[in-house]
Design a protein around this ligand. Structure first.
Ligand SMILES: Nc1ncnc2c1ncn2[C@@H]1O[C@H](COP(=O)(O)OP(=O)(O)O)[C@@H](O)[C@H]1O
Ligand SMILES: Cc1ncc(COP(=O)(O)OP(=O)(O)O)c(N)n1
Length: 266
C-alpha cells in the first residue's frame, strides 16, 4: 500500500542528527514516505556548525514543484531556510502547489549558537511563511528573536504564544525544552484552545535534532490526517522517547534517537 507522503524543505546536517536527516528518519519511523527540497548544505558535527552553502532559490522551487506535481504531498514542514531569497521563493511556491498542512519550524541557529539563517531572513520567515503556516514550532531562543519576549514561566509562555499568533499562523507551539525544572512543558494554542503538554525532563546533554524531530513527527501525523492537537500530543510522546534514548556520538552533543520504534535492536 502506498504510504502518506510528507515534504521537508530544509538543510542537510553532515552529522546526521538534525536537518533533513532527522526529518527523514522521523518520517520513516512513522511509516511516512519522506520527500525533500534541500535548501542548504551545512558542514556540521557534534561540536557545531563550521559553515554552510545555500542551494539556489530556483532549485529549491524546482524540487518542491517536482515532487508536488508528481507524487502528491500530504503535509509539509520547513526547517533551515538559510536566506530571505529562499524563504520568498518557498512562500511563492507554496501558493502554487498543494502541500496539505504546513508546519514551520523557524530554525535560526543550532543549539551550539551557530547561525543557520542569513541576517535579513528572520523577518522574511515572520512575514512570508507564518501567515501560510498551519502550525509554527519555535523554541525559546527563537521566541525571543521573533517577539522580544523572554519566556521563563507559564505566564510569559502564554504571552509569547499570543504575540506569535499575531503573525498569522493558525496554531502556535511554544516549546519549553530550554526552561528549567523537572518537567518540559510545551504550550499549544490557536487563541481559543490552550493545551499545555507536560512531560518528564530527561537528564541528558544529547538533544541534537530535537526540534526537527518533533516538528517532523507532528508533520507525519498531519500527513496521516490527524488534527493539530492530536498530532502535537503524539509528537510530544514521540520526542520524549527519542530524548530518553538519545546517545553520545562525537565529542560534543549527540542526537536524539528514533531507533526505539524498531522491533529488534541489538
Ligand atoms: N531533556 C529533555 N527531556 C524531555 N523532553 C525534552 C528535553 N529537552 C527538550 N525536550 C522536548 O523536546 C522538544 C523540543 O524542545 P526544545 O529543546 O525546546 O526545542 P529545540 O530542539 O528546537 O531547541 C519539546 O517537546 C521539549 O519539551
Ligand atoms: C541543517 C540543520 N537544520 C536544523 C538544525 C537545528 O536543529 P534542531 O532540531 O533545533 O537541533 P539543534 O541544533 O537544537 O540540535 C541544525 N543544527 N542543522
Amino acid at each position: 500500500m502506498t504510504p502518506p507522503t510528507a515534504l521537508t524543505i530544509a538543510g542537510s546536517d553532515s552529522g546526521g542528527g538534525a536537518g533533513i536527516q532527522a526529518d527523514l528518519r522521523t518520517f520513516f519511523a512513522h511509516g511516512v514516505h519522506g520527500l525533500v527540497a534541500l535548501t542548504a548544505v551545512t558542514v556540521q558535527n557534534s561540536l557545531g556548525v563550521q559553515g554552510f552553502t545555500e542551494i539556489p532559490a530556483d532549485v529549491v522551487t524546482a524540487q518542491i514543484k517536482a515532487v508536488a506535481s508528481d507524487m502528491g504531498v500530504n503535509a509539509a514542514k520547513t526547517g533551515m531556510l538559510a536566506t530571505a531569497e529562499i524563504i520568498r521563493a518557498v512562500a511563492k511556491t507554496l501558493d502554487e502547489v498543494e502541500v496539505g498542512p504546513l508546519v514551520v519550524d523557524p530554525v535560526a541557529a543550532s543549539m551550539t549558537g551557530h547561525a543557520l539563517l542569513r541576517e535579513d531572513a528572520l523577518e522574511a520567515i515572520r512575514t512570508e511563511l507564518f501567515p501560510r503556516a498551519t502550525l509554527i514550532t519555535p523554541n525559546l531562543d527563537e521566541v525571543g528573536l521573533l517577539t522580544g519576549i523572554s519566556v521563563s514561566d507559564p505566564a510569559s509562555q502564554r504571552a509569547a504564544a499570543e504575540a506569535l499568533l499575531e503573525f498569522g499562523s493558525r496554531w502556535v507551539l511554544v516549546k519549553g525544552g530550554h526552561m528549567t525544572g523537572s518537567t518540559c512543558v510545551d504550550l499549544l494554542t490557536d487563541g481559543r484552545e490552550y493545551v499545555s503538554l507536560s512531560g518528564p525532563r530527561f537528564e541528558t546533554d544529547n538533544t541534537h535534532g530535537g526540534g526537527d524531530t518533533m516538528a517532523s513527527a507532528i508533520t507525519s501525523s498531519l500527513a496521516k490526517g490527524a488534527s493539530v492537537p492530536d498530532a502535537v500530543a503524539a509528537g510530544k510522546k514521540f520526542i520524549e522517547r527519542c530524548v530518553a534514548e538519545s546517545y553520545p556520538l562525537g565529542a560534543g552533543v549527540g542526537p536524539v534517537s528514533p531507533f526505539w520504534v524498531l522491533p529488534d535492536r541489538r
